[in-house]
Design a protein around this ligand. Structure first.
Ligand SMILES: [Zn+2]
Ligand SMILES: [Zn+2]
Length: 256
């Protein structure tokens, strides 16, 4: 039984065959997933999917690439949605220095506002980080995000920062890159993270694991990620699945 902690089944890439994708996920043993909404279009769709399916949950937040589009209106909308019974986290939020649509100072401000909201509504946060680990850790510390904790989604930096994240009550989530041949950082991280802080995710439709690399990713492929991490940690696939599912349910406070 697997828990894919980060999916974007709410984007148009899945408009043609969403139900088939869900059926394949079930067949692969993926019982739970969190659909992550990040803008005006994907947030309502994430909520809709969570309402339609028992074991699908939603996270809502404003993506750092689009930080420049987040006004007080969007922040109030996120606060309202945080009361929804199937919304289990706020995010993804964070910093993305790869794209320059939103200037860094605006990204930081929008990130801080969302952390403060998460503390107000008492939900964990999902962090998107691209080439910005140092600034993210600093802001999480300054804002005392430890109070709510959360997930470093698709963690792709060195082991060096993992301890700071763990200290702030964050879980480390690994995705497709851990299966890539030359990706040493996520492989080292996969071995390093304590068993009770490890999560798995696809981030589909992006970042498909080997041997599906370059194709559209989907939740069923989280199996490939789990297999790789189990091998790296020298434990059974079952043990890895059980542990990561238990971790996700604890973090998102899912009872059944
Ligand atoms: Zn992301
Ligand atoms: Zn994402």
């Amino acid at each position: 039984m697997l828990f894919d902690t980060h999916v974007h089944l709410n984007v148009s890439h899945f408009d043609e065959d969403r139900e088939e994708v869900l059926a394949r996920a079930e067949q692969a043993g993926v019982k739970y997933m969190v659909v992550v909404g990040f803008d005006h279009e994907t947030i309502p769709k994430a909520i809709e999917m969570a309402e339609q399916h028992n074991h699908i949950y939603a996270a809502v937040g404003w993506h750092p690439v689009d930080a420049i589009d987040m006004t007080a209106k969007e922040l109030a909308w996120l606060e309202e949605l945080s009361n929804h019974p199937k919304v289990v986290a706020l995010g993804e939020m964070g910093l993305d220095y790869h794209w320059d649509k939103s200037p860094k100072d605006i990204q930081k401000e929008v990130f801080r506002k969302q952390i403060r909201l998460a503390k107000k509504v008492k939900l964990p946060i999902i962090i998107h980080n691209r080439e910005a680990t140092e600034d993210i850790v600093e802001i999480l510390q300054e804002e005392d995000a430890k109070e709510v904790g959360g997930i470093m989604h698709c963690y792709n930096d060195s082991v060096e920062y993992v301890d700071s994240c763990l200290e702030m009550n964050f879980y480390i989530s690994l995705g497709g890159p851990v299966t890539f041949k030359n990706a040493n950082l996520p492989k080292e991280v996969a071995k390093y993270v304590p068993a009770d802080r490890l999560l798995i995710e696809t981030d589909c439709p992006f970042l498909a694991p080997h041997p599906k690399r370059g194709k559209r990713n989907e939740p069923a492929y989280v199996q490939l990620i789990a297999e790789q991490i189990a091998a790296l940690r020298d434990i059974s696939y079952d043990e890895l699945s059980q542990q990561t599912t238990k971790n996700a349910k604890r973090l998102f406070q899912i009872q059944d």
